[in-house]
Each structure stands twice: as structure tokens, then as C-alpha cells.
Ligand binder design. Structure first.
Ligand code: SF4
Length: 731
């Protein structure tokens, strides 16, 4: 297969290419270079992107029946007509030669990659028969769903109709859960996705461990780029000189694990110097005096020693962002599960935001607006008298309000509160997403049935009993996306090109499985056209217009004080909780307290991880276009540290963690852009499933090295930055 050069891909931007035959040969670029939308044989169809969870609206171009390019939909509020590199590279997802092509049933030992191909009828009958057997022996709660992505909707729906009650996605406990809990405890509302950060109108942006630009959330990054262009002061707190730091007025190279010390000292300074929003606190604050008393020991000088950031810089930055309030954003972050006390750190971010009085204010955090779309009438789910094993009812962690993946894993290992005998895994690579893959493998050993429904043979698929190959998003319908933001909106996903092999959309798989599980009535519509048209027309909108334009925008509503919003807070006190009685009652610190984390033992370095703008999690490394842009990851090592270790730029090393786990080989990036006491890598690489030929053993897996983790006692999130490594130079 010829590959597209990185420079050429970027220069043509919209990936002006096609494929001569599915998953075999790329058609020479020159043959398509002069084609343009509107040319004979070019069909354009709007749909929304699933290359990540931001779900930007795009327009797919199909020429002579072949997918040709995917670009932004100007009507869409998530893309504003422009896609990020991964979205543009979605064409590569369709043509990815490593896609699973037909249903597979395991014939050998789990993990040995021995399969027989099966018809859909055979594969679904196999799944249904085993699920019904587990139900008869252990009850339906013994089947758990572990999922991610928009297509999960109908899989969840059918399995819930059959009696499943345990459902979790890594997007909660391994990503944004601690943040939403911290904000919920403070303002009575989580933040959701996309985050309601009014970067477009802000006068100051503080990024704590959030590397916008590398972390490519399209509309947010577009607003960030404009803010930088407007000269908005940006303050970046990060052990690494990220791309965002390179645009910043201030870079605070904080010692990993000490961010909460900085936040507490900033808050103490603002209160001591009277730089907070007194009117906001007087009108809406609960327990401010107790809060002020609690934080008064956290002086700037103390924080300077703890964080390694100078007192001068701590003072200057606090005074800078406070001078712009309320149009100041302390970015709440997204993948915030770092050290195991993340809810309290995120609560400190929420409290700092409250001191800025930026809740519901222009240039701060707006209160998202939505729109109402009628539901399709579906039967109710059966009730269960069993407790939940996923912890979503708060039974394991008092402030958890979604299922916790690692709780399902723990229940599978212990058999408590009852045996979990089957996992239905949809579109998530648990071997990289969950901490301690060895624990995941032990849990899999306890299962009678592991079903994986996905587009690619990820590591978890290698252990499946049955693999159900799904279409990529450009080949399928999904449910409507009813989005929240400055205005509510509704987006349509519709197929733009046929699946290249025997892959099927999740809704079809769910409907077929429903029949075989005896809950066919749970999917009482013929197809998605019928389902979607009903919802849109019942809501008073034009179905034909939506199919043509892809997006319906909701009516403008007040989203901040400036547009007429009256602030209210859904906390127990009805106010912003500087002091949290509910935390105190549950035995937790009502105001965040600093507790030092273990630092890297001598001779080791803390491993920190992040994202690249051209890949999503561990899901895109085999995409031919994105692989070409970034085929593997590097390990960032401070130049001085590298010198001490006898390493130079581009050397090959392996990483060995404190538990003796050794990574695949990875190249050294010797750089002054990182502190001396830590190393950094982009996660998602180092694939070990040989069926994923393009990405197999390219780079190292951060997830594989995450064997030690701390669990947040408030809501169950698991840390990703608690491992220490040594670097072993390859002979
Ligand atoms: Fe697709 Fe990029 Fe938007 Fe994610 S941010 S949905 S990958 S265009």
C-alpha cells in the first residue's frame, strides 16, 4: 500500500483522495486532484463525526460510489465548518485494512487469536444462547455492559430491556467523572460535554494540565486559537512545556502531584488580598467564612516549596487572572484522574471559579442550553431487586452517579455482590483504558462469555469469545445527537457509503439480538429512517431538511447573566458550597485539604501521559492516514536527565515500572520542555493484538505501565499518574 506523505496530507487538508478497492490500494492522488464538490458523480451528505466524542458535524463527499473526503459542516456548532486532523482522517477509518470484516467466534484459547468466521445469524445465536443460559443460572444482572461512543445507545437499550443493570464506560471513572463530581458538589451541576467554557469571550484562560491544541477538541481549540490571536493572557500549569504553554504568558512547571497545593495557595492569596468577587460570594456563597479559615494555612511561600513554582510566579498569576474576573476561566479539564484525590482537586478548581464569580458569566462558564426532541415510544425496562455492582447508585463510592468500570471488574473478580459472568464490550479497548491490565485479564478468566462489538481488533477483542464487527460512523445511522451548548442543537448521523465487508451498524446488531434474546418488542421500529423521522417530525421539525443539512439549531436561551439568566444552584443549601455539609456528613473534607503524594523514588521518574492531535485513545493508530502522520509515540525526557542516563535524542529505550512491567521499545525525545523528575508520553500506542497489523508493536503503551493506581474515595476514579519508571537503553 502506498502511503500519503504527512506534508502532502496536511497541505491538501481535506484529504483529496480515494481508494481504488476497499482496504487494498490507495488510488494515486493525481487522478483525483482536480475533482471538486459539485463535479459530476460527487454526492455530499451531512453526518456527524465519531473519530472522537466531540461529535462535530461534517459533510462527506462520495465520488462514483467511493468515499473521497470528509470536511466540516458550516452549520454545525461543534465544527463551524472545520474538522480536526482526526475528523478529516475519518476517510481512513472506512478504508482501514485492519478492520474486522465479518463475525468471528473463538475456537482456541482466549487471547490466542484463533477464530472461525461466522454468519451474523450464527454469531448472534451463539451470543443469545449463552446470555440466556447465564440469565437462567445467575440472573440478568450477571451480564455487564462496558461501553463507549455514541453507538452504545441501542445496545444498552436492548440489554437493559433484557434485564442488564450494570453498565459503565471509562469516560466516567477514567476521565471526566471526578471533575463533574467536584463541580456538582460545589455548584450543584456537573459540566458535561462539551464543557461550557466561554473561551470566545474570555479575558484570561488558566489551563491546569489541560493541553488544548494537543488535546484536540475542535470548537474549543478554535476558540482557544482566536483567544491567543486576541492577545488573551494564558496561564499554563504543567510539568511539560506543552503547545498551549508555548502560547502562554505564564508557564508554571509544577512538580507532578502538587497541583492542589497551588490551587489552595492561589485561593488563600485571593481571599487574603480581597481579590475575589465579594458580591458573588455574598449573594450565592455558603460557608465562606469556614472555607476562608480552612485555607488560611496554605501560604504562597509554602506552596512554592511544595510545587517547585516560585512564590513570585504564584503571586503574579493569581493577580493576573483575578484582575480579569468574572471573564476568567480556570479550565475544568477533562481527563482529570491523575492521583486518586481528583474530586477534591477538581472541587478546588470549582471553588477558584466561584471566587472569580465566573459561573453563568460572559467570558467565564456559561450555563448550557439544550433543546427538546420527542422520544420514540419504547417499552419500559424491567425492574431488578438486586443491588448494582457498578457502583452507580453510590453504594461503593458515595458521590458516584454513573457506573464505574473498575467496580464491575472488581465484582467479576470477587463474585460480590453476585457473580458477573459476561461482559458485553462495545467500542472500548479495556486493555488500554483501564488501569492494571493484569487485573482485567484475571477478571476475563472468570467470564463465561466475553462479547466484543467494535470496528477494529483491539487488544480486548483478542480475548473475546465472539467479535461482532461494526460499521464505522460514515456507514451507519445512529440515534439523534441532542447537544447542549450556547444553543441546543440536534445532529443527524446517516450512512454516506456502504460498509466494505460484512460489518453491521450497532442499531441493527441490537435489533437482531433483541429478537434472539426474546425482547424483540424493545425495538418496535422497522429501521432507523422510521425511528428518526418519527422523533424529528413529532418534535415539529422537517425530516427532509435535517437529512439535507445535518443540523437543527435550537432557539437562543439565556446562558449567562448578561443574556438574562437568573442564577440558581441545585446544592443542598441552594447556594455555591464553599463549605460542603454533605462532604462533612459523609466523612470527607468539606474544604479540600492538601495531602502530599509519593514522589518518584531515587533513580526513577514519574510517568505522565497525554494526547496527540492526530489520535484518539487507542482507537486510531491503524488508520492509514493518521498512522502516517504519527506512527508511534516518543518518551519525552529532560535533556539533563537524558544526559545523566547516557541517552540522546532518538535512542531506543524500554520503560520498566515499579512493578517490573516492561514496555515495548520507544524512542527518546530529549527536550528541555519537561521537568527533570518526570517523563511524558502520548497514550494509546504499543498495540499487542497482531490482527491490528498497521499499529502492532508501534510505540509503547502507557496503559500497560499503569499497574499501580489510586482510587478516589468519593466517586471511584482511578489514577493514571501514579507510576514510576526507569529507562533501559536498548543494546
Ligand atoms: Fe471528529 Fe475532531 Fe470533531 Fe473529534 S474533534 S469529532 S475527531 S472533527
Amino acid at each position: 500500500m502506498s502511503t500519503l506523505s504527512r506534508r502532502r496530507f496536511l497541505s491538501i487538508s481535506a484529504a483529496t483522495f480515494g481508494a481504488a478497492a476497499v482496504a487494498t490500494q490507495w488510488e494515486p492522488l493525481t487522478r483525483l486532484a482536480h475533482a471538486a464538490p459539485g463535479d459530476a458523480g460527487v454526492v455530499t451528505t451531512p453526518t456527524f463525526c465519531e473519530m472522537c466524542f466531540w461529535r462535530c458535524g461534517g459533510i462527506a463527499h462520495v465520488r462514483d460510489g467511493k468515499l473521497w473526503k470528509f470536511e466540516g459542516n458550516p452549520l454545525d456548532p461543534q465544527s463551524h465548518g472545520r474538522l480536526c486532523p482526526r475528523g478529516t482522517g475519518a476517510v481512513g477509518a472506512h478504508y482501514d485494512p485492519d478492520r474486522i470484516r465479518q463475525p468471528l467466534i473463538r475456537v482456541g484459547e482466549r487471547g490466542k487469536e484463533q477464530w472461525k468466521t461466522a454468519s451474523w445469524d450464527e454469531a448472534l445465536a451463539y451470543v443469545a444462547e449463552r446470555m440466556n443460559k447465564i440469565k437462567a443460572e445467575h440472573g440478568p444482572e450477571s451480564v455487564a455492559i462496558l461501553n463507549h461512543g455514541f453507538g452504545q445507545r441501542f445496545i444498552q437499550h436492548v440489554l437493559k430491556s433484557w434485564g442488564v443493570i450494570n453498565i459503565a464506560g471509562a469516560s466516567y471513572a477514567q476521565c471526566r467523572g471526578a471533575r463533574d463530581t467536584g463541580f456538582m458538589l460545589t455548584f450543584g451541576s456537573g459540566l458535561g460535554s462539551p464543557e461550557p467554557t466561554d473561551i470566545e469571550n474570555t479575558d484570561c484562560l488558566v489551563l491546569i494540565g489541560t493541553h488544548l491544541g494537543e488535546n484536540m477538541h475542535n470548537s474549543q481549540v478554535q476558540e482557544f486559537a482566536k483567544a491567543v490571536g486576541r492577545g488573551v493572557p494564558v496561564i499554563v500549569v504543567d510539568p511539560r512545556f506543552s503547545v498551549a504553554a508555548s502560547k502562554a504568558k505564564y508557564w508554571l512547571p509544577v512538580k507532578p502531584g502538587t497541583d492542589l497545593a497551588l490551587l489552595l495557595a492561589w485561593m488563600n492569596l485571593l481571599v487574603t488580598e480581597g481579590r475575589y468577587d465579594k458580591a458573588f460570594v455574598d449573594a450565592y456563597g455558603h460557608g465562606f467564612a469556614q472555607f476562608a479559615e480552612e485555607i488560611k494555612g496554605y501560604t504562597v511561600e509554602w506552596a512554592a516549596k511544595e510545587t517547585g513554582v516560585s512564590a513570585e510566579l504564584i503571586r503574579a498569576t493569581a493577580r493576573e487572572f483575578a484582575s480579569h474576573r468574572p471573564a476568567t476561566i480556570i479550565h475544568p479539564g477533562r481527563r482529570v484522574n491523575w492521583y486518586g484525590d481528583d474530586t477534591q482537586r477538581c472541587r478546588a478548581v470549582a471553588l477558584l471559579s466561584a471566587l472569580m464569580g465566573n459561573w453563568g458569566r460572559k467570558g467565564g462558564l456559561f450555563v448550557s442550553a439544550g433543546m427538546k426532541i420527542a422520544p420514540y415510544p419504547l417499552p419500559k425496562y424491567p425492574t431488578s431487586d438486586k443491588p448494582r455492582a457498578d457502583g452507580a447508585d453510590g453504594s461503593q463510592f458515595p458521590f458516584a452517579d454513573e457506573g464505574i468500570t473498575t467496580s464491575i471488574r472488581a465484582a467479576t473478580l470477587t463474585g460480590k455482590p453476585y457473580p458477573i459472568k459476561s461482559w458485553f464490550v462495545y467500542s472500548t479497548n479495556l486493555m488500554q483504558a483501564l488501569p492494571n491490565p493484569q487485573e482485567t485479564l484475571k477478571a476475563i478468566d472468570q467470564l463465561d462469555l466475553l462479547v466484543v462489538c467494535d470496528t477494529l481488533p483491539s487488544e480486548i477483542a483478542g480475548y473475546a469469545d465472539v467479535i461482532l464487527p461494526e460499521t464505522v460512523f460514515l456507514e451507519r445511522h445512529d440515534d439523534l445527537l441532542v447537544g447542549f451548548g450556547r444553543r441546543g442543537w440536534t445532529s443527524l448521523r446517516q450512512p454516506v457509503v456502504a460498509a466494505p465487508h460484512d460489518q453491521k451498524p450497532a442499531w441493527w446488531i441490537a435489533k437482531q439480538l433483541a429478537e434472539r434474546l426474546g425482547v424483540g418488542a424493545s425495538m418496535p421500529f422497522k429501521d432507523m429512517d422510521e425511528y428518526l423521522a418519527y422523533r424529528i417530525e413529532k418534535s415539529g421539525f422537517d425530516w427532509a431538511k435535517l437529512k439535507k443539512e445535518g443540523v437543527i439549531m435550537g432557539e437562543p436561551k439565556p446562558i449567562n447573566v448578561e443574556t438574562g439568566l437568573a442564577l440558581s444552584f441545585d446544592t443542598p443549601s441552594g447556594k455555591v458550597e464553599f463549605w460542603s455539609d454533605q462532604l462533612a456528613k459523609a466523612g470527607f473534607d468539606p474544604v479540600p485539604k492538601y495531602k502530599a503524594h509519593a514522589q518518584a523514588p531515587d533513580g526513577t521518574l514519574r510517568l505522565i501521559t497525554g494526547r496527540a492531535p492526530v489520535h484518539t485513545f487507542s482507537r486510531t493508530q491503524s488508520n492509514p492516514l493518521l498512522h502516517d502522520l504519527m506512527p508511534d509515540n516518543e518518551i519525552w525526557v529532560n535533556t539533563a536527565t537524558a544526559g545523566r542516563l547516557g541517552l540522546k535524542n532518538r535512542d531506543w529505550v524500554t520503560l520498566k515500572n515499579q512493578d517490573g512491567v516492561v514496555s515495548n521499545r520507544i524512542r527518546v525525545k530529549a527536550t528541555q520542555r519537561i521537568r527533570e523528575d518526570c517523563v511524558y508520553m502520548v497514550y494509546g500506542f504499543g498495540h499487542t493484538n497482531p490482527m491490528l497489523k498497521t499499529a502492532y508493536l508501534k510505540g509503547a503503551s502507557a496503559g500497560g505501565l499503569n499497574t499501580h493506581y489510586e482510587t478516589d474515595p468519593l466517586m471511584g476514579s482511578t489514577s493514571i499518574h501514579s507510576n514510576f519508571v526507569t529507562l533501559v537503553k536498548e543494546a
